[in-house]
Design a protein around this ligand. Structure first.
Ligand SMILES: [Zn+2]
Length: 593
């Protein structure tokens, strides 16, 4: 399948997309003609004169400022699309040294320049006397975000952030290099994951122990690397005038609409409503498997000893079946999904020389989404496909906005509502992939997964709060804090004899290393997605109409307003979590074990 990354010119997919004349996909005109169509956004020498012209441009009135915002938007979109083309190119062809070099050249040479000049522009806009004259309804979110960036920016932090990126990369390298010799061959850790689904318990245990042993080999190195990251981050925060990195991170992540106290409330709610559910499910698992206790290697196997689900074979089949699923769910969403096929926006199949995982990325100038995944015919691939489709719907529905920040910088807490709710609303249509018995099994796997991920989110989030508010802690204390959290939020597996493994379990959560404080977003979004599923069951058309109109707002409104537009409450109090979770409990009760 061809990819956006392999198209060299910036205009190749535009014609295909705009020729799809449909009611639901908003048409668009480029926001300005300031940026030549053929500009190479990967070349700093090409970008620089345009950015410099914007910084030096004299502003005489409110309209001048609005024009500057539009011109900048188009220029930012060109640079961002260049990055997206390089990134998709690299992840689709990890074995192509030239692609990987062009990507790292951009990261090392162009991105720091973009940061510096971007700050100059942010400052010019925020400090302009005409900023106050702009329409608040339209520009308040943009100005608020720019002001936060200006407030946080310190030139001396650029160097520290580069060091931080290097340490983050070191972590990726350490983890990526882990492999074990097992079952007669050298295997990567993701490959080892498959053994956890085997019905042979002894095999599961020895696979689990082989992986744990390999991880422990690097435990000291990972702890040392993490110490360095924490120290560096505290310095970055202090340079920016913050006493704690947590306060800095909240502002840097644009958390204007929820607080540290809300994160604690989320954790309390998970503890009250969801931890008991996961422990009950583990209890049922123990009983069904005829065990005395569930060990860490007993958590992924099918309790009735059935082989793994095989919903499709190959990316084309995955796409066609998903197309039928969305056509039935909602004709408008079906139309949006069909656009992906026409726009060379997909690279679905797993193959050698491709990065792991899945993502959706916008081509900001052409305003088309791109979906990357490693489909291997598994149940979770179906979840990933409908998940990434939700992100793509978001991109397509918001594409008419002339400002790239409103098209692309949408709060993650709401982006993940767009995607996670599709995982749930696809439940009634899973017969496109499965027999009815298998569909019921796929639904159960998905819902049980939501229970455990919510507990894991609370654990990871609370751990980060602990780390960055207990300055000067020892490794021993950190480990103690982690184990305490695992005791509170864990799903009831028995870790006797593998305490060392338990104590360093957090080493595998990349966000702690590469995106500090980024994780509770998934929990907030999941609560929104469950609510949307609830309103979908009550009135499918009204729920999906609200979903689509909320998505079309992009990032132009504050987070609570985006939730409200979709008919959702932005509330993660224990009471709300308990009542939201009840809907999932009802579904679980109706499904066969
Ligand atoms: Zn997502």
């Amino acid at each position: 399948m061809s990819t956006a990354a392999s198209s060299s010119g910036p205009s190749s997919a535009t014609a295909t997309i705009s020729s799809v004349a449909t009611s639901i996909i908003p048409p668009f005109q480029p926001a300005s003609d300031f940026v030549p169509a053929e500009l190479n956004g990967a070349d700093w020498e090409a970008l620089r004169p345009l950015y410099t012209a914007l910084v030096e441009r004299e502003l005489h009135c409110r309209n001048c400022l609005q024009r500057l915002l539009l011109d900048r938007s188009e220029l930012d979109a060109a640079a961002s699309e260049a990055f997206a083309i390089l990134y998709t190119g690299m992840t689709c062809h990890t074995d192509d040294a030239a692609k990987s070099k062009s990507y790292s050249d951009f990261v090392e040479r162009v991105q720091p320049e973009l940061k510096r000049i971007g700050f100059e522009l942010d400052k010019k806009i925020v400090n302009s006397v005409f900023a106050k004259e702009l329409d608040k309804g339209r520009y308040a979110v943009l100005l608020r975000d720019l002001a936060a960036g200006v407030e946080l920016f310190r030139p001396e932090n650029i160097e520290l952030q580069t060091q931080e990126s290097k340490l983050e990369q070191e972590y990726q390298t350490l983890i990526g290099a882990m492999s074990v010799e097992f079952d007669g061959k050298v295997q990567t850790l993701p490959q080892m994951g498959r053994y956890q689904e085997l019905t042979d318990r002894a095999m599961r245990e020895s696979a689990w122990r082989a992986v744990a042993k390999r991880r422990l080999q690097d435990a000291e190195a990972i702890e040392a690397l993490f110490d360095k990251l924490v120290t560096l981050r505290q310095q970055i925060a202090r340079n920016a005038g913050f006493a704690s990195y947590r306060d800095y991170a909240f502002k840097a992540r644009r958390r204007f609409d929820y607080t540290v106290a809300d994160c604690s409330a989320f954790a309390e709610g998970v503890l009250a409503a969801i931890v008991p559910a996961t422990r009950r499910l583990t209890g049922e698992r123990v009983k069904a498997l005829g065990l005395e206790a569930a060990r860490p290697w007993d958590m992924a196997v099918d309790v009735r000893g059935r082989p793994p689900l095989r919903p499709f074979s190959g990316g084309d089949e995955l796409f066609e079946r998903s197309q039928r699923l969305f056509n039935r769910m909602d004709p408008g969403l079906g139309e949006l999904f069909a656009v992906l096929k026409d726009g060379s926006s997909l690279d679905l199949d797993s193959r050698a020389g491709k990065a792991p995982g899945g993502y959706q990325m916008n081509m900001d100038r052409k305003r088309v989404p791109f979906i990357f995944m490693n489909a291997a015919g598994l149940q979770r691939d179906v979840e990933t496909m409908v998940h990434e489709a939700g992100h793509a719907f978001h991109a397509l529905l918001a594409r008419a906005d002339p400002l790239v920040s409103y098209r692309a910088d949408i709060p993650i807490e709401f982006c993940e509502v767009a995607s996670m709710s599709m995982e749930l609303t696809s439940h009634p249509f899973l017969d496109e992939f499965y027999s009815s018995a298998d569909a019921a099994r796929a639904k159960r796997v998905h819902l049980e997964g939501i229970a455990s991920i919510l507990c894991w989110i609370a654990t990871i989030d609370q751990f980060q709060h602990w780390i960055y508010t207990n300055i000067g802690h020892t490794r021993q204390q950190r480990r103690g804090a982690w184990v305490d959290l695992m005791k509170r939020f864990g799903g009831g597996a028995d870790w006797t004899g593998v305490e060392q493994e338990l104590g360093s379990l957090w080493h595998r959560q990349a966000h702690l290393f590469t995106s500090p404080f980024y994780y509770i977003e998934y929990g907030i979004a999941q609560l929104g997605a469950i609510q949307l599923y609830g309103s979908y069951k009550a009135n499918p058309k009204a729920a999906l109409d609200a979903y689509k109109s909320a998505l079309s707002l992009g990032g132009s409104k504050p987070l609570p307003e985006l939730f409200a537009a979709a008919g959702l409450r932005f509330d993660f109090s224990p009471e709300r979590i308990t009542s939201t979770w009840a809907a999932i409990e009802a579904d679980l009760a109706a499904l066969p074990a």
